[in-house]
Design a protein around this ligand. Structure first.
Ligand SMILES: Nc1nc2c(ncn2[C@@H]2O[C@H](COP(=O)(O)OP(=O)(O)O)[C@@H](O)[C@H]2O)c(=O)[nH]1
Ligand SMILES: [Mg+2]
Length: 283
């Protein structure tokens, strides 16, 4: 499994983010609640520097609720303000905005002391591809809010978006890169859809996923695909064929269409039809 990020791209992305950070008060670090470690950028602490940071565990609707609570406590014990959100449905937006404003309160108080009154908090979202940055921006904006006008950001065309009374959000999120040198991390990123489907070995990902499902979530697997617990094959490839057959993914001659079976399993997993999953656990 290879993730196509090149040092040149990363350096450029980082330079860009660093420039943008000079404009903002608070970093919103968006993580996937299903993989809070694997979806993190290994250099986020350096990138964010001394800017206050709020960790938002997104896609909480797809993660195991009890695990998300453990993760929130874990991050909080490290001194990081952390919330869980669901940008698709809009859950947790108010808490997120409150935390962001809280994190900036010291800075705003300093500005006020200098005579600069009513300056809104400025924030920007950072996260790896597909973690939900655009969805979050749209959610925070809702329909009622308009762009703040012509005051430019760093990039031409970049704008501040007004969220409520006291918060302004940079309309372009910072795209971070994930860890790239760890096979297990690559698997989790691929399984959850953080990496484009055409740049990894889909076959291997599904087989690994099936192993995890069989070992830890066998009852869900059986329920979804009408399988018998006692008859679950040890071998993941056999399990794939069995699910394919059950789902009627058959080519002429009754041969199982494995590609189709893989698609079904991956879609079910990513959409929550196989239940909620958290693939990273706090140490
Ligand atoms: N279930 C669920 N899906 C989400 C959530 N947030 C984003 N998504 C989906 O994840 C995919 C990627 O989201 P997007 O906002 O484009 O990610 P970006 O690449 O970080 O901007 C889209 O299909 C979204 O609908 C969430 O909280 N829950
Ligand atoms: Mg986007």
């Amino acid at each position: 499994m290879h993730i196509h990020w090149f040092p040149g791209h990363m350096a450029k992305a980082q330079r860009m983010i660093t420039k943008q950070l000079s404009l903002i008060d608070v970093v919103i670090e968006l993580l996937d609640a299903r993989i809070p470690i694997s979806s993190a950028n290994p250099m986020i602490a350096e990138i964010a520097g001394d800017k206050p940071r709020v960790v938002a565990l997104n896609k909480a609707d797809l993660a195991e609720t009890a695990q998300t609570i453990l993760w929130i406590n874990h991050f909080r014990s490290q001194g990081l303000t952390t919330v869980s959100i669901d940008a698709a449905s809009g859950k947790g937006m108010k808490e997120l905005v409150n935390k962001v404003e809280q994190e900036a309160s010291e800075k705003i108080a300093k500005l006020t002391a200098k005579g600069i009154k009513g300056r809104p908090v400025r924030a920007m979202i950072l996260g790896i591809p597909n973690v939900g940055k655009s969805s979050l921006i749209n959610r925070l904006l809702g329909t009622a809010t308009a762009k703040t006008g012509d005051r430019p950001g760093v990039t031409r065309g970049q704008q501040w978006l007004k969220v409520g009374k006291n918060l302004e959000l940079l309309d372009t999120p910072g795209v971070l890169w994930p860890k790239m040198d760890d096979q297990e991390v690559a698997f989790k990123l691929a399984a959850t859809g953080a990496i484009k489907d055409d740049i990894y070995d889909m076959e291997k990902v599904i087989l690994r996923l099936l192993e995890i499902l069989r070992d830890n979530y066998s009852s869900r697997l059986c329920e979804r695909y009408k399988l018998t617990q006692e008859l679950l094959p040890e071998d993941a490839a056999e399990l794939l064929a069995l699910i394919g057959a059950k789902r009627g993914c058959l080519r002429s001659g009754g041969v199982v269409d494995e590609e189709k079976a893989r698609r079904i399993i991956l879609t079910d997993f990513r959409s929550g039809k196989l239940g909620q999953f958290t693939l990273d656990s706090p140490k």
